[in-house]
Design a protein around this ligand. Structure first.
Ligand code: ISL
Length: 572
């Protein structure tokens, strides 16, 4: 089979799906609460984003994925929506959002909106009416009558405890895979599905360019909601991850929404727990029609039973995961490439060295995400090499997941006090990557004139955009070069991936090939110097395209790599 990602002979093909805009794009994720506050209430907002559209343009990104800005009681920072068609007051108004869309489009950047439809907020009108038993909303959620002391099944919530809460008004249990303020919508009900599609069409008509689909593979729950295996990870997951009708729902959703508009819409489904084969069913030729999915295997490398028990991770295991996804979706489907987002720790802290080699390892990680086959996602602050934030007490935490984890650990006796879980919180909690963007070394890092909703990382005095943008050795400048390079070189976007030295404990080396174009990417993923031979069939005449240290312009036969050194060689 020919590689459908390769350009057709002689054709530019740029408007065809094989070379759709989102394959070439670099996507920047904005986490609204923490991006930029324009009105001094300590919370980021849309006017604050508009001020920074030129910043994004200068960085060179092609699209913005906006985490939820909809009306919300903010029990899960906006992933609990109370009105899908309104902007939350703290972020601005619909008119502000329209101005943001226009400002991005004016500069040829696109806008991807977050779609959170596995659940709503319990303050959404649908739930309020459902709780009151009012038709047709009574069956909009999963309700079960029964003993108020005995949940209907043993499913766990992602945020700890049972996935069920008892509602005194309706005198029944309702399902929530996340917080109790996030009741799950009943996707078995066609009226729910139609209400969601109508809302999606409404946003598409406003001119958006795509959706990032929150936990989209959790929508389908099996009839009877059977008990899960209590010895697995999250109890019940085998029933609700990639549930029985998931592909029916998603193909229907695509047909009723994205496929009704005549421009190329990007969709990225967030799909915890998927394998390559599962992913093909969402994004492959015969799949549901999604552009790509966010898979979790590589960011879970080394995890124990839960993310809180993250152990050591080893590069060969990580390489094996990446290779499997790179080759698995090469001919049928497309990858998303990310190492961080608002749910993951900062990538330089998780996968690099956030101390001695902060800048250099941040550049290496950026080189990695920009030279794989797939669409790279940059999480706000990544381009500055921002690091995990330390949290000295539970009072400093804001995330429901982190707070529940600490309280549960203390309640069950696993921890005596916060001090016993502090390391886990600082390594993997979501708050650690949610602290405000570090714009300057001034008050509150230039993020706000008020009191920030969450503490800042104290290192903003040295790690900040103002400094990064003027320093030629900065992570920011390097990201700008990387983004431009990927845009210029088709081989980096569409080329086939081949892994070299799979068992090498610290060097990650791979080639990319597209017709006559070739690239060799070599990453020394360690704090020690390393030397490797150039793989046999790689042309020694390749030329240096980008590197995070002084490196010879041509390849030769041996590579002497300094700690955390990254190099990209390409055909001239
Ligand atoms: O963050 C996680 C583990 O720490 C994941 O389990 C996460 O909850 C999961 O990936 C789903 O994430 C998405 O849906 C959640 C929301 O809290 C996350 O922020 C969002 O990205 C519920 O809407």
């Amino acid at each position: 089979m020919s590689n459908p990602n390769e350009p057709a002979d002689g054709a530019d093909g740029s408007t065809e799906q094989p070379r759709a805009w989102w394959k070439r794009a670099d996507i920047y994720q904005i986490y609204p609460r923490s991006f930029n506050d324009s009105d001094g209430d300590g919370i980021g907002d849309i006017p604050g984003m508009i001020e920074n559209v030129p910043y994004l343009d200068e960085l060179g990104v092609d699209a913005v994925w906006l985490s939820p800005v909809y009306a919300s009681p903010q029990a899960d920072n906006g992933y609990d929506i109370s009105d899908y068609r309104a902007i939350d007051d703290q972020y601005g108004e619909l008119a502000d959002w329209e101005e943001l869309l226009a400002a991005l489009h004016d500069r040829d950047m696109r806008l991807i909106m977050d779609l959170v439809v596995n659940h709503t907020s319990d303050e959404h009108e649908w739930f309020q009416r459902s709780r009151a038993g009012e038709e047709p909303y009574d069956e909009f959620y999963y309700w079960r009558e029964g003993d108020p002391a005995e949940p209907p099944n043993n499913w766990d919530s992602f945020f700890g405890g049972s996935a069920w809460s008892y509602d005194e008004t309706r005198e029944a249990w309702y399902l929530h895979l996340f917080d109790e303020k996030q009741p799950d919508l009943n996707w078995r009900n066609p009226a729910v599905r139609e209400a969601v599609y109508e809302m999606m069409r409404w946003w598409l008509q406003k001119g958006i360019d795509g959706f990032r689909m929150d936990v989209i593979n959790l929508l389908s729950k099996p009839e009877g909601l059977p008990d899960g295996d209590p010895d697995g990870g999250l109890t019940g997951a085998e029933h609700f991850m990639n549930g029985p009708k998931i592909h029916d729902y998603l193909s229907e959703m695509m047909a009723e929404t994205v496929e009704t508009v005549d421009r190329e819409i990007m969709t990225v489904g967030e799909t915890p727990g998927v394998s390559v084969e599962d992913a093909q069913e969402f994004v492959g030729e015969d799949g549901d029609g999604l552009s790509m999915v966010f898979q979790f295997e590589h960011v879970s490398v080394g995890d124990g039973d839960s993310k809180w028990e993250a152990g050591e991770w080893h590069l060969p295991a990580f390489k094996e995961i990446i290779e499997r996804w790179q080759t698995g979706l090469a001919e049928d489907g497309w990858n998303s490439i990310y190492l961080s987002n608002h749910d993951q720790p900062r990538m330089v802290s998780r996968f690099g060295d956030d101390d001695q080699y902060r800048r250099k390892s941040a550049k290496l990680l950026g080189t990695f995400t920009h030279t794989l086959q797939g669409t790279p996602f940059v999480y706000q602050g990544e381009e500055l090499g921002m690091t995990n934030t330390p949290f000295e007490s539970i009072e400093e935490l804001r995330d429901v997941e982190a707070i529940n984890f600490v309280e549960e650990a203390i309640a069950t006796g696993d921890a005596e006090s916060y001090a016993d879980v502090r390391d886990a919180i600082e390594a993997v909690s979501r708050d650690t990557a949610r602290t405000p963007m570090q714009w300057t070394d001034g008050t509150h890092a230039g993020f706000t004139d008020g009191d920030p909703w969450i503490k800042l990382n104290p290192n903003y005095t040295s790690v900040n955009a103002e400094r990064e943008r003027t320093d030629p050795a900065s992570v920011w400048q390097y990201y700008q070069d990387l983004i431009a390079l990927r845009e210029e070189r088709d081989v980096l976007v569409f080329g086939d991936f081949e892994l070299h030295y799979p068992d090498h404990p610290s060097v990650f080396a791979y080639t990319r090939t597209l017709g006559d174009e070739r690239g060799l990417i070599v990453l020394n993923w360690s704090g020690e110097s390393r030397s490797i031979d150039v793989p046999d069939h790689v042309d020694p005449g390749l030329e240096l395209a980008i590197a995070n240290d002084d490196a010879p312009q041509t390849l030769g036969t041996t590579l002497e790599l300094s700690p955390w050194e990254a190099r990209v060689y390409l055909t001239g």
